[in-house]
Design a protein around this ligand. Structure first.
Ligand code: ATP
Ligand code: MG
Length: 377
């Protein structure tokens, strides 16, 4: 917060107008620590770059410059108004107010459309503070128009309902129901980002209930997966816990999520987590061969598996490279050339070590190897 105010003060010292806007104002009023800070200003990106030593062009085509200061970043965006003072005329204060108003009017929900001065004075033109108190997500202006302008806002409303544990205001919800089909116009990558946030959230079930109630679900690729009963869902903070739940309770495999364009890493993790979840009794080998993330996802899903982190850290080795022997040792001792036997034997040793049947010491393993294999193959 301090850094954001410092940025505002510096802009003002150079003759520009500047306010804290968006989610940071909302979170500040809620008494929470904002994740990121957005400043709206009358300064153009080039001017912002002149005023601050360290900046990154994160979205210059949208008028946004990231200002780096005190080890954190503040997104500084030029007021989004019709004509942006191209005649270089310094606008008077009435015009400043007009520009701020224009900027706020374009924002999605009343609670996201407030501004704050460097003295923490609130600019609240659409009743955002009142809606914060009433715990309501309410569109700025006509909800139908706003969702027709940008259909992603419907999913954002639903996401914020879970993130903040708020209700969606009646007219806004009605407009989501009316315009639900428009979500098909939005790139799935943007939808996926919102769904990930929904599924990672403590109050995910609230968002999913709204998705289903408004029928938005029906216009998502394989959105039918969200129609399942979510009463047993315990969000872990990992969005994959939600995707996994949807697959498991619909008895589907990972390809059922193809429409959401998950990354290969996500698909692999989900596939492995499904595999782990299907194992009734977890033993040391299970804790060894699945990653912690895969185990935690599966454990959250089935309620089995105890404390995977502790189980995993108690294992004698974490990976095959922790073994005291390698393929070269086995070839030396046996006098045989490399081949499929090597891989099999290494895995046999790995298992014996994992189950504490063999100590992970070179001489122990060699002794076992010689008595087991020498001469009888
Ligand atoms: P959080 O970062 O906690 O998810 P946020 O409110 O900061 O919440 P962002 O997506 O970071 O959300 O957007 C910052 C601000 O930009 C919002 O508070 C809102 O004012 C505005 N905004 C973002 N996306 C849209 C949109 N699709 N339509 C209108 N305004 C938007
Ligand atoms: Mg944000």
């Amino acid at each position: 917060m301090k850094t954001a105010i410092e940025v505002i003060l510096k802009l003002k010292a150079s003759g520009f107008d500047a306010y804290l806007v968006g989610g940071a104002v909302r979170d500040f009023l809620l008494g929470e620590n904002p994740k990121d800070f957005d400043v709206a200003t009358s300064a153009e990106p080039v001017q912002v770059k002149e005023i601050f030593k360290r900046t990154v062009d994160t979205g210059i085509q949208h008028g946004t410059v990231l200002v780096l200061m005190n080890g954190s970043g503040v997104e500084v965006t030029t007021f989004r108004t019709e004509g942006n003072y191209t005649d270089n005329r310094r606008p008077d204060s009435v015009e400043f107010v007009k520009s701020l108003e224009e900027d706020l009017k374009r924002r999605d929900f009343t609670i996201n459309a407030m501004a704050m001065t460097e003295d923490l004075e609130l600019v609240d033109l659409f009743g955002g503070q009142k809606d914060l108190e009433r715990k309501l997500i309410k569109a700025v202006g006509q909800p139908d128009e706003r969702f027709q302008e940008d259909a992603l806002r419907m999913l954002r409303a639903i996401r914020f309902s879970g993130q903040l544990n708020f209700s969606i205001e009646e007219q806004t919800l009605a407009a989501i129901t009316n315009n639900a089909a428009l979500i098909q116009m939005i790139a799935v990558e943007r939808i996926k980002i919102e769904l990930d946030k929904i599924l990672a959230n403590q109050h995910a079930r609230r968002s999913i209930a709204y998705m289903n109630q408004s029928s938005l679900t029906d216009y998502l690729p394989s959105g039918g997966l969200f129609r399942t009963d979510w009463k047993n869902f315990k969000p872990t903070g990992d969005p994959l816990s939600g995707w996994l739940y949807a697959l498991w309770w619909n008895r589907k495999e990972v390809p059922a999520l193809a429409g959401f364009k998950l990354s290969n890493e996500e698909k692999k993790t989900l596939g492995k987590a499904l595999e782990a979840a299907a194992i009734e009794e977890w033993n040391q080998w299970t804790f060894y061969r699945f990653t912690l993330r895969q185990l935690e996802l599966a454990a959250a899903l089935t309620g089995r598996g105890g404390d995977p982190a502790r189980q995993k850290s108690g294992l004698p080795i974490q990976t095959q490279s922790d073994l005291a022997v390698d393929g070269r040792d086995l070839m030396d001792w046996s006098g045989k050339k490399a081949g499929p036997w090597l891989k099999e034997l290494l895995e046999e040793i790995e298992q014996k070590v994992i189950f504490n049947e063999l100590e992970n010491k070179k001489e122990n393993i060699k002794e076992w190897f010689l008595s087991e294999y020498n001469g009888n193959e």
